[in-house]
Design a protein around this ligand. Structure first.
Ligand code: ATP
Length: 418
């Protein structure tokens, strides 16, 4: 009972403080464009739907934080959204502007003092509209192309209508690979295919956008990379693949396949894939949301690889909640005092979209952990990007940082302790 009261009290205090400072840090919106149109004529009805409704749940402040059934109401015309209590339509949050492409199942949105996770469409008309404008597809960068993963990510980022909505660096186990490619189980190349896709880490991604399945399949090119070099020379398989089997990347070929494949990799608990991470030899960093918004993740990844001899051993797309952002910004595990104006800016930057949590390991075979740690300051660069551009020209912050709060990457333990 005392514990529950204590939780309630701490939740209340955090909530009250959050409400107090929110006006200073609420996100600015720079993506107010209307959703791009799909060519499909079945989307005409979706065009005339003024509001989209999604089931939505509050990311709780505390473990015991009960919540009523909530809906997110998104006004397509002006890209404003609000949260209402579904049964009574009581308005829970004031209207907030959101990026037109940021509302989809699985997205996280922060309004006032609360972070919400967007769930499925709440009615059939919204479901139809979402199918037109928010199609998801599953992408896998296969083991043979992982050395050039940054370049493949850049190809994705060049497609303006697609957005990376999930990402996970994993190793496929043979059992999972067999399940994933079950449709080919009777083909002569099946066992070779299983060996190939389990021969090293893969990068699993979810892309969201109008007609995402077709758009990504076109960018991939034909299955056989040699054929791709003949008929689609700019395609991913032409540029990064080798032959019929070692063809760099995968893309779902239908809605059904996309749903099944995404569930394989992005359910909360997944059997048959394992982490590629070995925490004792790695250093962790957060690639800040502005890098993803600027579509520069691929180029940052490439820079780590090519200029700094280090490789992501773990990569996951994360959406920070308010308390995590507070912890990062104030450099404390239990934030007790309201953030300073600079920390508020930092929180605004952290909450402005998804980030990527990276664990980096050295790719220099003989390098010890302490040598890598020592080298890390040249890889990351000083916290202030302007200083980084003078002191460490090649560093990540010199090349991807803008200001102190949009510094490209945040490496909490390194930044706080060293
Ligand atoms: N004839 C073959 N010999 C060896 N491997 C093959 C052959 N055909 C296909 N593969 C491998 O099996 C994978 C799945 O084959 P599929 O026919 O589904 O091609 P795809 O749909 O273009 O590729 P993916 O499903 O990987 O996007 C291919 O990507 C390739 O790696």
């Amino acid at each position: 009972m005392a514990l529950k009261n204590c939780r309630l009290l701490s939740g209340f205090i955090l909530g009250a403080l959050a409400a107090l400072i929110w006006p200073y840090i609420s996100p600015t919106v720079n993506d107010l464009t209307a959703p791009p149109k799909d060519q499909d004529s079945s989307c005409q009805d979706a065009d005339s739907l003024p509001e989209w409704r999604f089931l939505v749940s509050r990311v709780p402040f505390t473990d015991g934080d009960d919540q009523p059934a909530l809906q997110l109401v998104f006004n397509v015309g002006n890209s404003m959204a609000k949260v209402v209590q579904s049964d009574s339509q009581v308005v829970v949050s004031a209207k907030e502007a959101v990026g037109a492409l940021d509302v989809y199942e699985g997205a996280t949105l922060t309004f006032t003092d609360q972070t919400y996770t967007v769930g499925a469409a709440a009615d059939t008309r919204t479901a139809a509209a979402v199918a037109c404008y928010r199609q998801s597809t599953f992408v896998m960068i296969k083991p043979d192309a992982m050395q050039r993963a940054g370049e493949v990510i850049s190809r994705i980022e060049e497609i303006a209508t697609l957005r990376i909505a999930d990402m996970r660096l994993v190793a496929l186990q043979p059992s999972m690979a067999r399940l994933f490619y079950a449709e080919h189980s009777q083909r002569t190349f099946f066992e070779d295919l299983v060996s190939y896709v389990t021969s090293g880490p893969i990068l699993a991604m979810r892309l969201v956008g109008p007609d995402a399945i077709k758009v990504w399949r076109e960018a991939l090119g034909p299955t056989d990379s040699n054929e791709a070099r003949r008929s689609a020379p700019g395609s991913v398989r032409a540029l990064f693949g080798t032959d019929k089997q070692r063809n760099a990347a995968h893309g779902s070929d239908s809605r059904e396949a996309a749903g099944r494949e995404l569930a394989f990799f992005f359910k909360d608990t997944v059997d048959g894939i394992c982490s590629t991470s070995e925490p004792l030899t790695e250093l962790s960093c957060l690639v800040l949301p502005h890098v993803l918004k600027d579509r520069a993740l691929g180029s940052l990844w490439r820079s780590l690889h090519q200029h700094h001899d280090c490789t992501p051993a773990r990569a996951e797309l994360v959406r920070l909640n308010y308390i995590d952002a507070w912890r990062y910004a104030t450099a404390t595990l239990l934030p007790r005092t309201p953030p300073t104006p600079q920390q508020m800016d930092e929180m605004q930057s952290l909450l402005s979209g998804p980030a990527v949590s990276l664990h980096l390991k050295s790719s220099r075979p003989e390098e010890t952990r302490s040598e890598f740690l020592h080298r890390f300051k040249d890889i990351i660069g000083p916290r202030n990007p302007a200083k980084a551009r003078k002191a460490a020209v090649e560093s990540i912050r010199a090349n991807f940082g803008q200001t102190n709060t949009t510094s490209g990457v945040l490496c909490p333990w390194y930044d706080w302790l060293i």
